[in-house]
Write a protein of this length. Structure first.
Length: 244
Protein backbone atom coordinates (compact mmCIF):
# COMPACT_ATOMS: atom_id res chain seq x y z
CA UNK A 1 0.00 0.00 0.00
CA UNK A 2 1.44 3.36 -1.10
CA UNK A 3 1.07 6.15 1.47
CA UNK A 4 1.46 9.82 0.70
CA UNK A 5 2.61 12.82 2.69
CA UNK A 6 2.64 16.54 1.86
CA UNK A 7 6.04 17.95 2.77
CA UNK A 8 7.29 21.54 2.59
CA UNK A 9 10.84 22.88 2.33
CA UNK A 10 12.58 25.97 3.73
CA UNK A 11 11.08 28.11 0.92
CA UNK A 12 7.60 27.05 2.07
CA UNK A 13 7.03 25.14 -1.17
CA UNK A 14 5.36 21.76 -0.77
CA UNK A 15 5.20 18.53 -2.72
CA UNK A 16 3.26 15.30 -2.36
CA UNK A 17 5.65 12.37 -1.92
CA UNK A 18 5.44 8.80 -0.63
CA UNK A 19 6.73 7.15 2.53
CA UNK A 20 7.14 3.55 3.64
CA UNK A 21 8.06 1.78 6.84
CA UNK A 22 11.65 0.69 7.37
CA UNK A 23 11.73 -2.89 8.63
CA UNK A 24 15.07 -4.33 7.54
CA UNK A 25 15.29 -8.12 7.70
CA UNK A 26 18.12 -9.63 9.68
CA UNK A 27 20.96 -11.16 7.70
CA UNK A 28 21.43 -13.85 10.37
CA UNK A 29 19.40 -17.03 10.10
CA UNK A 30 19.03 -20.02 12.38
CA UNK A 31 20.93 -23.04 11.12
CA UNK A 32 19.51 -26.48 11.85
CA UNK A 33 19.94 -29.92 10.36
CA UNK A 34 16.85 -29.62 8.20
CA UNK A 35 16.23 -29.39 4.44
CA UNK A 36 13.80 -26.49 4.87
CA UNK A 37 14.00 -23.02 6.43
CA UNK A 38 12.96 -22.37 10.01
CA UNK A 39 9.60 -20.63 10.32
CA UNK A 40 7.71 -19.21 13.29
CA UNK A 41 4.28 -20.53 14.27
CA UNK A 42 1.78 -19.35 16.87
CA UNK A 43 0.67 -22.14 19.18
CA UNK A 44 -1.93 -22.26 21.92
CA UNK A 45 -0.24 -22.26 25.32
CA UNK A 46 -3.23 -22.72 27.60
CA UNK A 47 -6.96 -22.22 27.90
CA UNK A 48 -9.05 -20.35 30.46
CA UNK A 49 -9.72 -23.65 32.24
CA UNK A 50 -6.00 -24.21 32.86
CA UNK A 51 -5.12 -20.60 33.66
CA UNK A 52 -3.32 -19.97 36.96
CA UNK A 53 -6.11 -17.75 38.33
CA UNK A 54 -8.68 -20.49 37.57
CA UNK A 55 -6.72 -23.42 38.98
CA UNK A 56 -5.81 -21.67 42.22
CA UNK A 57 -9.50 -21.22 43.11
CA UNK A 58 -9.94 -24.96 43.58
CA UNK A 59 -7.74 -25.00 46.68
CA UNK A 60 -8.91 -24.17 50.18
CA UNK A 61 -6.68 -23.38 53.15
CA UNK A 62 -7.47 -23.01 56.84
CA UNK A 63 -5.11 -20.12 57.54
CA UNK A 64 -6.26 -16.78 56.18
CA UNK A 65 -2.76 -15.36 56.61
CA UNK A 66 -0.82 -15.58 53.32
CA UNK A 67 -3.81 -17.31 51.74
CA UNK A 68 -2.61 -16.78 48.15
CA UNK A 69 0.86 -18.07 49.00
CA UNK A 70 -0.55 -21.23 50.60
CA UNK A 71 -2.78 -21.85 47.58
CA UNK A 72 0.14 -21.31 45.20
CA UNK A 73 2.21 -23.90 47.10
CA UNK A 74 -0.61 -26.46 46.90
CA UNK A 75 -1.09 -25.75 43.20
CA UNK A 76 2.62 -26.16 42.46
CA UNK A 77 2.59 -29.56 44.19
CA UNK A 78 -0.45 -30.56 42.15
CA UNK A 79 1.25 -29.47 38.90
CA UNK A 80 4.32 -31.58 39.70
CA UNK A 81 2.10 -34.59 40.41
CA UNK A 82 -0.25 -34.67 37.40
CA UNK A 83 0.51 -31.70 35.04
CA UNK A 84 -2.87 -30.18 35.81
CA UNK A 85 -1.90 -26.93 34.03
CA UNK A 86 -1.73 -28.68 30.61
CA UNK A 87 -4.75 -29.08 28.36
CA UNK A 88 -3.71 -32.15 26.39
CA UNK A 89 -6.50 -31.66 23.84
CA UNK A 90 -5.92 -27.98 23.01
CA UNK A 91 -2.38 -27.17 24.13
CA UNK A 92 0.16 -26.85 21.32
CA UNK A 93 -2.34 -26.42 18.49
CA UNK A 94 -1.41 -24.01 15.69
CA UNK A 95 -3.51 -20.85 15.71
CA UNK A 96 -4.02 -18.07 13.15
CA UNK A 97 -6.44 -15.25 12.36
CA UNK A 98 -6.50 -13.94 15.91
CA UNK A 99 -8.91 -11.33 17.22
CA UNK A 100 -8.62 -9.50 20.52
CA UNK A 101 -11.35 -10.22 23.08
CA UNK A 102 -11.66 -8.47 26.43
CA UNK A 103 -12.46 -10.63 29.45
CA UNK A 104 -13.31 -9.97 33.09
CA UNK A 105 -11.80 -11.43 36.24
CA UNK A 106 -13.97 -14.55 35.79
CA UNK A 107 -12.41 -15.25 32.37
CA UNK A 108 -15.71 -14.40 30.64
CA UNK A 109 -15.93 -12.18 27.51
CA UNK A 110 -17.23 -8.65 28.01
CA UNK A 111 -19.03 -6.66 25.34
CA UNK A 112 -19.01 -3.13 26.74
CA UNK A 113 -15.53 -1.79 27.39
CA UNK A 114 -14.75 1.71 28.58
CA UNK A 115 -11.17 2.65 27.82
CA UNK A 116 -9.38 5.05 30.16
CA UNK A 117 -6.16 6.85 29.31
CA UNK A 118 -3.86 7.46 32.27
CA UNK A 119 -1.44 10.39 32.29
CA UNK A 120 1.66 10.02 34.48
CA UNK A 121 4.21 12.58 35.60
CA UNK A 122 7.98 12.13 35.03
CA UNK A 123 8.13 10.75 38.59
CA UNK A 124 5.53 8.03 37.74
CA UNK A 125 2.70 9.73 39.66
CA UNK A 126 -0.82 9.53 38.21
CA UNK A 127 -1.84 13.03 37.12
CA UNK A 128 -5.05 12.50 35.19
CA UNK A 129 -7.51 9.91 33.91
CA UNK A 130 -9.51 10.65 30.76
CA UNK A 131 -11.19 9.07 27.78
CA UNK A 132 -8.72 8.36 24.97
CA UNK A 133 -8.70 11.05 22.32
CA UNK A 134 -9.30 9.97 18.72
CA UNK A 135 -6.66 11.56 16.52
CA UNK A 136 -7.13 12.07 12.81
CA UNK A 137 -4.19 11.86 10.40
CA UNK A 138 -2.65 15.23 9.52
CA UNK A 139 0.06 14.24 7.02
CA UNK A 140 -1.93 14.20 3.76
CA UNK A 141 -4.77 16.72 3.96
CA UNK A 142 -2.47 19.19 5.73
CA UNK A 143 1.08 20.17 4.85
CA UNK A 144 3.91 18.95 7.08
CA UNK A 145 5.90 22.10 7.72
CA UNK A 146 9.65 22.74 7.67
CA UNK A 147 10.22 24.38 11.07
CA UNK A 148 13.89 25.25 10.57
CA UNK A 149 14.75 23.94 14.05
CA UNK A 150 17.95 21.95 13.65
CA UNK A 151 19.31 19.51 16.24
CA UNK A 152 22.85 18.09 15.86
CA UNK A 153 22.86 14.30 15.50
CA UNK A 154 25.47 13.98 18.23
CA UNK A 155 23.02 15.45 20.76
CA UNK A 156 19.57 14.32 19.68
CA UNK A 157 20.22 10.60 20.21
CA UNK A 158 20.96 11.26 23.88
CA UNK A 159 17.70 13.13 24.39
CA UNK A 160 14.98 11.22 22.54
CA UNK A 161 13.80 7.65 22.03
CA UNK A 162 12.78 7.04 18.42
CA UNK A 163 9.85 4.62 18.17
CA UNK A 164 9.34 4.46 14.41
CA UNK A 165 11.01 5.55 11.22
CA UNK A 166 9.88 5.92 7.61
CA UNK A 167 11.74 6.46 4.38
CA UNK A 168 10.45 9.33 2.23
CA UNK A 169 10.70 8.75 -1.53
CA UNK A 170 10.07 10.77 -4.70
CA UNK A 171 7.45 9.85 -7.31
CA UNK A 172 8.87 11.71 -10.34
CA UNK A 173 11.80 13.82 -11.48
CA UNK A 174 10.51 17.05 -9.94
CA UNK A 175 9.99 15.53 -6.50
CA UNK A 176 13.44 13.90 -6.77
CA UNK A 177 15.05 17.34 -7.07
CA UNK A 178 12.82 18.59 -4.26
CA UNK A 179 13.80 15.82 -1.81
CA UNK A 180 17.45 15.68 -2.87
CA UNK A 181 17.84 19.38 -2.01
CA UNK A 182 16.33 18.80 1.45
CA UNK A 183 18.54 15.78 2.10
CA UNK A 184 21.63 17.70 0.98
CA UNK A 185 20.98 20.56 3.40
CA UNK A 186 20.50 18.20 6.34
CA UNK A 187 23.54 16.12 5.35
CA UNK A 188 25.82 19.13 5.19
CA UNK A 189 24.68 20.40 8.58
CA UNK A 190 24.88 16.88 10.11
CA UNK A 191 21.61 17.60 11.89
CA UNK A 192 18.03 16.46 12.21
CA UNK A 193 15.27 18.95 11.57
CA UNK A 194 11.99 19.03 13.49
CA UNK A 195 8.82 18.88 11.42
CA UNK A 196 5.44 20.29 12.43
CA UNK A 197 1.88 19.35 11.49
CA UNK A 198 -1.58 20.86 11.66
CA UNK A 199 -2.72 24.30 10.59
CA UNK A 200 -0.23 26.00 12.91
CA UNK A 201 2.66 23.85 11.69
CA UNK A 202 3.66 23.20 15.31
CA UNK A 203 1.58 20.14 16.17
CA UNK A 204 2.85 16.54 16.42
CA UNK A 205 2.31 14.28 13.42
CA UNK A 206 -0.44 11.65 13.35
CA UNK A 207 0.41 9.15 10.61
CA UNK A 208 -2.90 7.23 10.63
CA UNK A 209 -6.49 7.91 11.71
CA UNK A 210 -6.80 6.85 15.33
CA UNK A 211 -3.02 6.80 15.72
CA UNK A 212 -0.75 8.34 18.33
CA UNK A 213 0.76 11.82 17.98
CA UNK A 214 4.53 11.84 17.49
CA UNK A 215 7.19 14.51 17.42
CA UNK A 216 8.99 14.09 14.13
CA UNK A 217 12.56 14.70 12.95
CA UNK A 218 13.88 14.52 9.41
CA UNK A 219 17.32 13.06 8.64
CA UNK A 220 19.05 13.45 5.27
CA UNK A 221 21.96 11.64 3.67
CA UNK A 222 23.47 12.06 0.20
CA UNK A 223 26.10 10.22 -1.83
CA UNK A 224 26.85 11.50 -5.35
CA UNK A 225 23.39 11.73 -7.00
CA UNK A 226 21.72 9.46 -4.43
CA UNK A 227 19.81 10.60 -1.37
CA UNK A 228 18.08 9.11 1.64
CA UNK A 229 15.45 10.89 3.72
CA UNK A 230 14.36 9.25 6.96
CA UNK A 231 11.46 10.46 9.09
CA UNK A 232 12.06 9.64 12.77
CA UNK A 233 9.08 9.60 15.19
CA UNK A 234 9.25 9.86 18.97
CA UNK A 235 6.91 10.21 21.93
CA UNK A 236 9.50 9.62 24.66
CA UNK A 237 12.18 11.87 26.02
CA UNK A 238 15.28 10.81 27.93
CA UNK A 239 15.68 12.63 31.22
CA UNK A 240 18.16 12.25 34.03
CA UNK A 241 16.95 10.82 37.33
CA UNK A 242 15.91 13.42 39.91
CA UNK A 243 18.60 14.16 42.45
CA UNK A 244 17.73 13.35 46.05
Amino acid sequence: MIRYIKLSNEKNRDAEVTYRSLNPKTSISLGVNSPSDVINKRVLKSTSATDFSTLIKDFKVDKMEDEQLQKAILLSEQIIKDDTEIDFEMGGKYISGLQRVYINEKQKPVFKVKKIEKIFSPTAELKEEREPKYNESNVLDQIVKWTGKMMPKSKVYNKLVFNKKYQIKHINGLTYDFLFDIAKQLHEKDSLMMLGGGESGKEPLVMNDGGKPYRSFLEGRVQDDKYCLILHLTDQELKSLPKK
